[in-house]
Write a protein that binds this ligand. Structure first.
Ligand code: NAD
Length: 321
């Protein structure tokens, strides 16, 4: 069995490899060559923690396994990251354990890769302004990955707690782009691409605030009850997702499905656009929306890529198990 500890991941894998892995697995999901197993997520009644499993199998990449972990809100006070996870990969031919891989950085990278794949396939070609809603841990990862797919000239941002906007400003500076803090009216009016990455349980961005000719990647809503954009905006948009079942149950689409303004049949898989089975953006004025709910197969894809890189670079730790 191979072990790739959390502290080794940053030196092994970057955005480009994660982008490739996520793009391929979205395509495999749409071709029905890869599927996610039902998600388990439970409040364990200790340390206020949420704990669970995401798992699946990709026949094309032979990635079989699970990500296990969750959210421990008290960790920050202990100097630890609140989100904790690891990936276990199994040999698809024998069922033997193949690898244990740290999952914390990989989760951030695979989530950023998902919104950037959506930008590659769905954003207006001439997008110039990137709008960020949310300034938490994940926001910097999303921004860095997004700017690699269009020639953005400016980043604008909004956050519920304005004192955290420094993260967006610092990341934009690192990318050599000007940054401006704006209200949501200006964000919706000026941004060609919008990424939402918050823990909100009520809509932040309203339908009337979005001008059109816009691509929105909704990345924060991954649980029943969470919501980042008004349901009417989802209903107006051409909607794409990583996985339809998750989109309607725990993703941003749950609300528009719930009020009847969106039908399941209106939601398309991003992988089907990658495969050329479904059209992506069809007009310059269209609002496209990617509901990125986060699937286990993304975790398995990036973890498999890390294991391959660790073996190739001679840094894989091998143990008899
Ligand atoms: P974080 O705790 O570091 O940041 C949370 C962000 O949400 C901050 O910007 C905060 O100001 C904002 N926020 C909190 N409460 C809010 C409210 N009531 N209204 C508006 N904004 C509010 O978290 P993070 O690591 O940056 O992750 C952000 C979200 O993304 C989380 O909800 C997480 O569950 C989700 N996430 C989704 C995926 C996926 O694959 N879709 C992957 C990782 C994280």
């Amino acid at each position: 069995m191979i072990i790739v500890p959390e502290k080794e991941i940053a030196a092994l894998i970057g955005r480009a490899d994660c982008f490739d892995a996520v793009e391929k697995v979205f395509a495999a999901m749409a071709s029905k060559d890869a599927y996610n197993f039902p998600v388990i997520r439970e409040a364990i009644g200790h340390a206020d923690a949420l704990y669970g499993f995401k798992s699946g199998f990709d026949r094309t990449g032979l990635a079989l396994g699970l990500k296990s972990g969750g959210y421990w809100p008290g960790n920050e006070a202990k100097g630890l990251t609140n989100h904790q996870s690891m990936v276990i990969l199994f040999d698809a031919d024998t069922g033997k354990v193949k690898a244990l891989v740290g999952g914390n950085l990989l989760t951030a990278l695979r989530t950023a890769a998902a919104s950037s794949v959506s930008i590659k396939y769905l954003a207006p070609e001439n997008a110039k302004v990137l709008g960020m809603i949310g300034a938490g841990h994940q926001s910097a990862f999303q921004m860095r990955a997004a700017v690699e797919h269009r020639n953005f000239e400016k980043i604008i941002g909004w956050n519920h707690n304005p004192e955290r906007l420094g993260r967006l400003e610092d990341t934009a500076k690192e990318l050599g782009l000007p940054f401006e803090a704006v209200d949501l009216d200006r964000l919706g009016e000026q941004a060609d691409v919008i990424i939402t990455i918050t823990s909100s349980f009520s809509p932040l961005l309203m339908d009337a605030q979005v001008k059109g000719g816009t691509h929105i990647a909704c990345m924060g809503t991954d649980t029943k009850g969470k919501q980042e954009v008004e349901a009417a905006l989802v209903a107006r948009a051409t909607v794409f997702t990583d996985e339809i079942a998750q989109s309607i149950s725990i993703g941003e689409c749950q609300h528009a499905i719930g009020d009847g303004s969106l039908k399941e049949a209106d939601i398309r898989e991003l992988g089907a656009v990658i495969n050329g089975q479904t059209a992506g953006r069809t007009s310059q004025d269209e609002v496209t929306l990617f509901d990125g709910t986060g699937v286990g197969l993304q975790d398995l894809a990036v973890a498999s890529a890390v294991v391959d890189l660790a073996v190739k670079k001679g840094v894989a730790i091998e143990v008899d198990f």
